[in-house]
Ligand binder design. Structure first.
Ligand SMILES: *Cc1c(COP(=O)(O)O)cnc(C)c1O
Length: 375
């Protein structure tokens, strides 16, 4: 490859610049302002299902959104939080910021997300747990009916990390609207980007306003700076919110392009000893990243494939290394359904493939042919 093929990079369209220029023309460069307000409103409209309104808060990262979600859920020093294990560390770090103790839940094989059977087992072991932190891996919806039923039965709050899953649907409902508090990310590699940013999503307007208060340094309504609580500087800037507004116009198109890429891989690898990252019936993933799982009898490892493709200027990467395998979490508990760690197996055999929507079918065919030649 002459130009490098990446997993996922920003794709801009032009409208982004229009919103940015408006911010410059009005000299509205400061955080807060019309682009932030409109971006929140437009995201709320995108997520609206005809029944419940989702209130949005634009922030400087998805991690900030998750941190405020953890605070809203009331996580305190020593509290157990049942967390997705196969995910990016940003899902669980905010639990630790608040002194919570993550207990990691293994994945099922049908969507590679939190296994409801393991989650139920975790509640038996930790009946005091009051918060569940769930991520939808690579834009593939988790088993929401089962997980919500378990959370409700145990009176636990669900926080939904939909950072990778914006525009993915579970039985017709948008990811990001299942959690009492949910988070999305607009980091550079996500399905739409603001260069960096995120949003907190909740049906609870009071909670949204409380999070706004924390995100703007917990400033009390006094003429001077009066503080009764610790605050944060987490708001999104009015300039980058303009990028987000332009990107949101193209979200569905991005999802369609990602879907085509996934389907091309799926077809390309027919008859090969690999399977694609699976998804549930009745769900529409956004296919943020396409991944393969090597069959058990394949001799070459994902790392070796990664190194070989890198020689051809093609980026691939192992799946997220499970949290329970991370040195920083070596003392945290990990719960499986039946003693076999699905995530360790997925990590050993999985590989994320170039899923950039600017990749041409010919370029993708080169990736497919190269991988096939290595199997
Ligand atoms: C990207 C990501 C985040 C963090 O979002 P940032 O905007 O980068 O802070 C959190 N969770 C998951 C699963 C992610 O992929």
């Amino acid at each position: 490859m002459e130009k490098r093929l990446f997993l996922s990079t920003p794709t801009m369209h032009g409208e982004e610049m229009r919103f940015i220029e408006e911010a410059f023309d009005k000299n509205w460069i400061a955080p807060l302002g019309f682009n932030c307000d409109n971006f929140e409103k437009e995201m709320g409209e995108f997520l609206y299902n005809g029944k419940t309104t989702t209130h949005c808060l634009a922030l400087n990262s998805g991690t900030s959104a998750l941190h405020l979600a953890v605070k809203l859920a009331g996580v305190k020093q020593g509290d157990i939080v049942l967390c997705s294990d196969m995910t990016f560390s940003a899902t669980v770090n905010p639990v630790v910021y608040e002194g919570g103790v993550p207990v990691f839940i293994d994945s099922e094989k049908d969507s590679w997300n939190m296994d409801p059977v393991a989650l139920e087992k975790a509640f038996q072991k930790y009946p005091q747990a009051k918060v569940v932190m769930l991520a939808h891996l690579y834009g593939t919806p988790a088993k929401m009916d089962e997980i919500l039923e378990i959370c409700n039965r145990h009176n636990a709050i669900l926080i939904e990390d939909a950072a990778e899953a914006l525009s993915a649907k579970y039985k017709g409902t948008e990811c990001g609207t299942f959690g009492k508090y949910s988070a999305i990310s607009f980091n550079g590699n996500k399905i739409i980007t603001t260069s960096g940013g995120g949003m907190l999503l909740t049906e609870d307007k009071t909670a949204r306003d409380k999070a706004f208060f924390w995100a703007t340094q917990s400033r009390e309504p006094y003429p001077w700076y009066e503080h009764k609580e610790i605050g944060y500087n987490y708001r999104m800037s009015n300039v980058v919110a303009g990028i987000g507004r332009g990107q949101l116009l193209h979200l569905e198109e991005h999802r369609q392009r990602k879907t085509e890429i996934y389907n091309r891989y799926k077809k390309g690898f027919e008859g090969c000893p690999v399977t694609m990252n699976p998804y549930l019936e009745d769900t529409v993933p956004n296919f943020w990243l396409s991944c393969i799982l090597l069959d058990e009898n394949v001799k070459i490892s994902p790392i070796e494939i990664m190194e070989k493709l890198n020689e051809h200027n093609i980026e691939t990467r192992p799946l997220w290394k499970p949290m329970h395998m991370q040195p920083v979490f070596k003392n945290n508990d990990f719960i499986t359904a039946d003693g076999n760690a699905v995530n360790e197996d997925l990590f050993a055999r999985g590989l994320c493939l170039p899923s950039d929507i600017k990749m041409t079918p010919d370029e993708q065919q080169t990736v497919i042919d190269l991988i096939k030649s290595l199997l």
